[in-house]
Design a protein around this ligand. Structure first.
Ligand SMILES: *Cc1c(COP(=O)(O)O)cnc(C)c1O
Length: 404
């Protein structure tokens, strides 16, 4: 065996790593939809990081692209050009959004850039406030945090950065009333992830688009979690048929290699000019090669078709297995971004599922969040459904015990 690699790893972690996370398991290897712990126990991964390794772990095409590019050119700074990054920008546009891209390294950084773009565009017109949604999540850097509509994330880090206000999600009248002359943009997740897998209503989004056009306000989408094919279209907004003026992406963009980006419609594409925004690591040849290989695999392996197919299968299977349990309030989401809504915190069920070798996540306390790989197979969906069916039975038994 491995000695006690897991124990040693936990010891090093608690001694030397800041306690900002409380990780539940230790993994050593990943392959496709599976993760292996230090005892070689195999888990089916319905989390993909947090919608990061969307093509499964160590996808051979992405791994090959990273290895090849790492031996050729890694970084030259953005004062010079590499041959890969502009190709990636064009490739992203080819999926149906005519505009320009800024590359960075994370979701927070992508949202920061998008916020800066909106202010740079709005300030000459005397407007710089951004209306955001309650229950939203946009990242941990200070501006992204100020745009995040859950106070618990901001607690202790006051003062909040000014220039953001909040309205309830999916409430059109509230948004309409919030848009005054000082507003430059509306920012929302088309499908709220951390907040509990809550999709925007289609009619709501269409009305928001029309309102923004009418009021001369930019519409910004945070697609960091729900983008990159997760909903069955490459860009999340394509699932809703509503086009934002700019949108951010990150997480799955390079299938686990760190990369963020935001795209802006051609009309606003030259708002950020030379010297006005920058990132040392943004768009390195290495990250761009990983992202290009990811997009290539999504196309050539017909991944988006698979999302639609397995989504239907999982939703109907889940609705069937949760039916006997009154404590399950709903199964909701889109594509392969699925929430099982409970009437109590979901972490108990999440932990039971480890016993059945299934990795899941929670969202917004009471939601069990399922983010399977986008190339998940029918058999793997059946494995997950069987595990959840058993897990729900155990969870129900546990509740009965506690009621006694
Ligand atoms: C994860 C996430 C972010 C933050 O991304 P980081 O890469 O952790 O900075 C922002 N917005 C949404 C919707 C996310 O899910």
């Amino acid at each position: 065996m491995n000695g006690d690699l897991a124990g040693q790893t936990r010891e090093l972690f608690s001694e030397y790593v800041m306690p900002t996370y409380a990780p539940l398991l230790v993994f050593e290897r990943g392959e496709g939809a599976y993760l292996y712990d230090t005892e070689k126990r195999r888990y089916l991964d319905f989390a993909c990081g947090i919608s990061v390794c969307n093509l499964g772990h160590c996808h051979p095409k992405v791994t090959a692209a990273i290895c090849e590019q790492a031996g050729k050119l890694v970084h030259v700074s953005n004062l010079y050009m590499n041959t890969v990054m502009p190709k990636l920008a064009a490739k992203l546009a080819s999926f149906g959004f005519d505009g320009k891209v800024f590359f960075c390294n994370s979701g927070s950084e992508a949202n920061e850039g998008m916020i800066k773009l909106a202010r740079k565009w709005g300030n000459p017109q005397g407007k710089n406030r951004i209306v955001c949604m309650e229950n939203s999540f946009h990242g941990r850097t200070l501006a992204a945090l100020a745009a995040t509509g859950r106070a618990k994330y901001r607690k202790g880090f006051e003062p909040d950065m000014p220039g953001f206000s909040f309205v309830p999600f999916n409430d059109f009248d509230a948004l309409k009333n919030a848009i005054a002359g000082d507003v430059c943009a509306v920012l929302l997740e088309p499908l709220q992830g951390e907040g509990g897998i809550i999709p925007a209503d289609l009619e709501y989004l269409k009305k928001v688009r029309a309102l923004c056009d009418e009021m001369g306000v930019l519409l910004l989408f945070d697609e960091v979690q729900c983008g990159m094919g997760r909903l069955g279209t490459l860009f999340a907004h394509q699932t809703f048929g509503v086009k934002p003026d700019a949108f951010s992406m990150a997480k799955a963009l390079a299938n686990g290699f760190p990369m963020g980006a935001f795209m802006v419609a051609r009309e606003y594409a030259d708002t950020l000019t030379v010297g006005s925004h920058a990132s040392t690591f943004g768009g390195t040849a290495l990250a761009a090669a990983a992202a290009l290989a990811t997009l290539d695999a999504i196309e050539t392996e017909h991944v988006l078709d698979n999302v639609k197919k397995q989504s239907e299968y999982l939703f109907s299977g889940l609705r069937r297995i949760v039916a006997p349990y009154g404590f399950v309030k709903a199964v909701r989401g889109r594509g392969l971004m699925i929430g099982v809504v409970l009437d109590v915190p979901a972490v108990g069920l999440q932990k039971i599922l480890f016993d059945y070798d299934l990795i899941t996540l929670t969202a917004g306390e009471t939601v069990l969040r399922l983010l399977p790989p986008l190339n998940v197979s029918r058999e793997q969906c059946d494995m997950a459904l069987a595990a959840i069916e058993k897990g729900l039975a155990d969870f129900a038994a546990q509740r009965k015990e506690q009621e006694k």
